[in-house]
Write a protein that binds this ligand. Structure first.
Ligand SMILES: Nc1ncnc2c1ncn2[C@@H]1O[C@H](COP(=O)(O)OP(=O)(O)O)[C@@H](O)[C@H]1O
Ligand SMILES: [Mg+2]
Length: 155
């Protein structure tokens, strides 16, 4: 099943709020794909997501060069990927993507790099520029995962 939801994010704080709300609703096995151009707010959302499940003080660097950063949380391990520099989908195995998908909570920037390894069950979050300066639009679409939880995110 697929469901969609569009949200206006007025400012950076609103993007963080969405990250925190997603975190609160997340479960082991979830795969959250964050797409959008450079500067769209993917890492901002991911940082708030991780901090909500670890600590406000948790350092959440963008895994631009390491490609993945894993955080231990009570809810399970959180795997934050930035696949911009992934040369080919198969290289994701070396990053532990199978462990992430089974039992971890995965938050993935530049998920298009996964190609055929994109999991069937996933939540897609697409970020784009909003109507006003500093605003963003988030379009969420669930795919056999999160269908029932999207309504909890509606304003
Ligand atoms: N509504 C907003 N949501 C998220 N970031 C915003 C917003 N408005 C302005 N920004 C700025 O845009 C940039 C987003 O950067 P980042 O989260 O690293 O993007 P990405 O990971 O998509 O490349 C930051 O400099 C942030 O301060
Ligand atoms: Mg980023």
């Amino acid at each position: 099943m697929t469901a969609t939801l569009s949200l206006d994010l007025a400012d950076e704080a609103a993007t963080g709020d969405l990250g925190r709300r997603l975190a609160t609703l997340s479960r082991p096995g979830d795969v959250i794909l964050l797409s959008g151009n450079l500067g769209a707010g993917k890492s901002t959302l991911a940082r708030a997501f991780v901090q909500a499940l670890t600590s406000e003080d948790e350092e959440v660097p963008s895994p631009t060069f390491t490609l993945v950063q894993v955080y231990e949380a009570e809810a399970g391990d959180i795997w934050h990927f930035d696949l911009y520099r992934l040369d080919k989908p198969d290289d994701a195995f070396e990053l532990g993507i199978e462990d992430a998908f089974h039992g971890g909570i995965s938050v993935i920037e530049w998920p298009d790099r996964l190609g055929g390894l994109t999991p069937r069950r996933r939540l897609e979050v697409a970020l784009s520029a909003g109507a006003s300066e500093g605003s963003r639009r988030a379009t969420l679409s669930s795919h056999d995962q999160w269908d029932d939880r999207l309504k909890d995110l509606a304003p």
